[in-house]
Design a protein around this ligand. Structure first.
Ligand code: MRU
Length: 387
């Protein structure tokens, strides 16, 4: 049965959809420990900045709920939680959502330490507080995405005066949908909302090499939702804009983010920067959709972002379901195929940084942030307490 739910959680149990098997197979892994979560995130069975943070937070909640913490004092309990979260933080370095979630969870655990409360009640209070905070992250993410969808659709509608009789087409990159989040999605959430409001003419999604999140996941979500959509290879975006922009009223490139830093520079899936340059050349708006949990005010510019580099095999090999001679897809048989000389040297950065000056709007759950008269982004409107 096809599903768009990447994360299924009930207290004490976490199931995560294996995205490496999509779209051919729908298999959930049980993720019960921090080690399970680390492996699931590192191997990209779950991916997407918000989903990574949620799975890490909830996996630790599950192990705490199941009695994994043997600490006998409040101090030991907090130290244990912090050490497990530090371990999880290293699973993937570029997305900031996980670090932001860890700060929040650590604060929640520390805040519940009550002077004068004896063991085991003191320990239970800390564990409960952690578990509740992790569950809130899950619930909040869905709420945030719905708001991002509305704010993003409203901003685009305003820019172009889009109406059901003058609809807008949009291109997106990578996967930012239900599979990358707790549901609805960020950039893909804007596309969903535009579609629901009859303002979307057509969605274009890129293949997103080398990991093919666009062809494997986004096209799956678009087909699932019956949204009119076309898949292109990453290298076709320029030709698409040059040839079809006017006819299809292509108004925006809408992408997600793994980390938006203080000046607005944005790390996102490799290929995003090239799309921003193309969008600027063609007079197409470039919009980043990101919850405030993807904003990192401690890093001044994109130069400070650590970019994950991944294995050579992601470029030199590809895997998928076997296609029979008559064109039918045998979803029960998958194969890995070599598509390059296996000895070639490979550079495989998973993300790139789009400079803020190429970005027209950063849409958060608290509204769209645009540049002021000084040409700079000011996040104080959406992050007053952290500014
Ligand atoms: O390597 P991935 O698949 O985790 O990369 C995902 C992206 O770059 C997304 O655009 C980003 O995480 C935002 S997901 C809402």
């Amino acid at each position: 049965m096809a599903t768009l739910q990447a994360i299924k959680y009930s207290r004490g149990k976490l199931l995560v959809l294996d995205q490496l098997r999509l779209p051919h197979e729908h298999h959930y892994d049980e993720v019960s420990t921090a080690e399970d979560a680390f492996d699931c995130i590192r191997s990209m069975r779950v991916r997407g900045a918000p989903a990574i943070a949620i799975v890490a937070a909830l996996a630790h909640a599950v192990e705490l709920y199941n009695g994994d913490c043997k600490a006998t004092t409040p101090e030991e309990t907090i130290a244990y939680i912090e050490s497990r979260l530090e371990f999880l933080k290293e699973s993937r370095p570029t997305a900031v959502d996980l670090s932001n979630a860890i700060s929040l969870l650590t604060l929640a655990a520390r805040a519940s330490k009550r002077e004068g409360l004896a063991h085991p009640a003191a320990k239970d209070a800390i564990l409960n507080s952690y578990i509740e905070a992790a569950e809130t992250i899950l619930a909040k993410d869905l709420e945030n995405n719905t708001l991002i969808g509305s704010f993003g659709a409203a901003w685009l509608q305003q820019q172009y005066g889009a109406t059901p009789s003058r609809q807008l087409s949009v291109l997106t990159h990578c996967n930012t949908g239900s599979l990358a989040t707790s549901g609805h999605g960020t950039a893909l959430g804007i596309i969903r909302t535009l579609h629901a409001q009859s303002l979307l003419r057509h969605a274009y999604c890129t293949e997103t090499r080398p990991y093919n999140q666009g062809s494997r996941l986004t096209s799956f979500e678009l087909v699932f939702e019956n949204i009119p959509a076309t898949l292109i290879a990453d290298s076709m975006a320029g030709a698409l804009f040059a040839q079809h922009r006017a006819r299809m009223n292509i108004g925006a490139v809408v992408v997600g983010a793994d980390r938006v830093v203080r000046n607005g520079d944005t790390a996102n899936k490799i290929g995003t920067y090239a799309l921003a340059v193309l969008a600027r050349h063609h007079g197409i708006k470039f919009v980043v959709a990101a919850p405030t949990t993807s904003i990192d005010l401690d890093t001044e510019t994109g130069a400070g972002i650590r970019i994950e580099e991944r294995r050579a095999e992601e470029l030199t090999q590809i895997s998928g379901a076997v296609v029979a001679a008559d064109g039918t897809v045998d979803t029960t048989r998958t194969a890995k195929v070599a598509i390059a000389d296996q000895r070639i040297a490979v550079w495989n950065p998973a993300f790139d940084v789009t400079p803020y000056d190429l970005i027209d709007a950063i849409v958060t759950e608290r509204g769209a942030v645009v540049k002021g008269p000084d040409g700079k982004f000011d996040f104080s409107l959406v992050l007053p307490e952290r500014w």
